[in-house]
Design a protein. Structure first.
Length: 61
């Protein structure tokens, strides 16, 4: 939802946080969870707190 909100491709979103497009796709599908470093980068780049990432607060379009 974050990626769609900002009109980013999976590749672009992944580049923002330092992961591949495939890794980003797996995160979106819930196949994997971000490590701590990646979670902080997601929060930072998408204007969220780490709690928003961990508890899935405010993550809606």
């Amino acid at each position: 939802m974050l990626r769609a909100r900002d009109n980013l491709t999976q590749k672009q979103a992944g580049q923002l946080v330092g992961v591949t497009a495939d890794t980003w796709a797996n995160l979106e599908k819930g196949k994997t969870n971000p490590d701590v470093k990646t979670a902080y980068k997601i929060a930072e780049n998408f204007g969220l707190s780490i709690d928003d990432i961990i508890f899935l607060d405010k993550i809606a379009v």
